[in-house]
Design a protein around this ligand. Structure first.
Ligand code: FMN
Length: 224
């Protein structure tokens, strides 16, 4: 079991992108990871080139490549994730789905799959319809993996929003939305850490003078 270490910053893993060098999906993911860093997290990116190095996941085989093992171990130790996919023919891309299928290797962990981890979701598509529907699909996959999709997910219409470089985006609102995805993932990682620290949580809740302030902590406690 990978317990939250109270003395280290939460680790947020980014998984996503496409095989294209100028992948807008991977660039969007980069913006979100920087948002997570601003909220106090460490981050690590598994982008399109890395995902392309993964073989098709084969559950019947006991053999794993070094890249598969690297991804599995990173997610095993992650405190939160951000997943970014393009909409391909109305669904999550095969490249990203294959990486998620590879997480089947976490099924027997004490924290199976993405259990106890917040997961920010990002979708790029050539239109609003796929941006919305694929975001819903991605969140369903995260649910199936026992992850906790963050309240805000980003759907980006790349016919309208351009990422000219790794750190430039044509729409400041999209920049802010991506930062929010990263911030929520990091903040939930910290909240889960607080939850798992037991007594400290109850103490914090008692200390809160404003009932509204303590409500989110109580909801998290009930959800556990
Ligand atoms: C094989 C393929 C299928 C696609 N299918 C859809 C689709 O169903 N709906 C849509 O809006 N865009 C679709 N697109 C457009 C991509 O979602 C969009 O260009 C995305 O931003 C690409 O991400 P990238 O810049 O990271 O490569 C498709 C693109 C490809 C290559």
């Amino acid at each position: 079991m990978t317990r939250f270490d109270q003395n280290r910053r939460p680790l947020v893993i980014g998984i996503g992108g496409t095989t294209r060098a100028a992948s807008s999906t991977e660039r969007a993911l980069g913006f979100a990871l920087r948002g997570a860093e601003q909220a106090g997290a460490r981050t690590r990116l598994f982008g399109g080139t890395f995902l392309h190095s993964l073989p098709h996941y084969a559950p019947e085989s006991a053999q794993r490549t070094p890249e598969q093992t690297e991804l599995i171990e990173a997610v095993r130790h992650a405190d939160a994730l951000i997943i970014a996919t393009p909409g391909y023919h109305g669904g999550v891309s095969g490249l990203v789905k294959n990486a998620l299928d590879t997480l089947e290797e976490l099924r027997a962990d004490e924290r199976p799959y993405l259990d106890g981890r917040a997961v920010g979701c990002i979708v790029t598509a050539y239109g609003w319809q796929a941006a919305g529907s694929v975001l819903t699909s991605l969140r369903s996959i995260v649910h199936a993996l026992r992850g906790w999709p963050t309240p805000f997910g980003a759907g980006i219409n790349t016919l309208e929003t351009k990422f000219e470089s790794a750190d430039s985006c044509s729409d400041q609102k999209v920049v802010e939305q991506l930062a929010m995805v990263g911030q929520q993932a990091a903040q939930f990682a910290l909240a889960f850490r607080s939850l798992h620290s037991g007594g400290a949580l109850a103490h914090e809740a008692n200390e809160a003078s404003d009932a509204d302030q303590s409500r989110p902590r109580r909801i998290l406690a009930l959800a556990n």
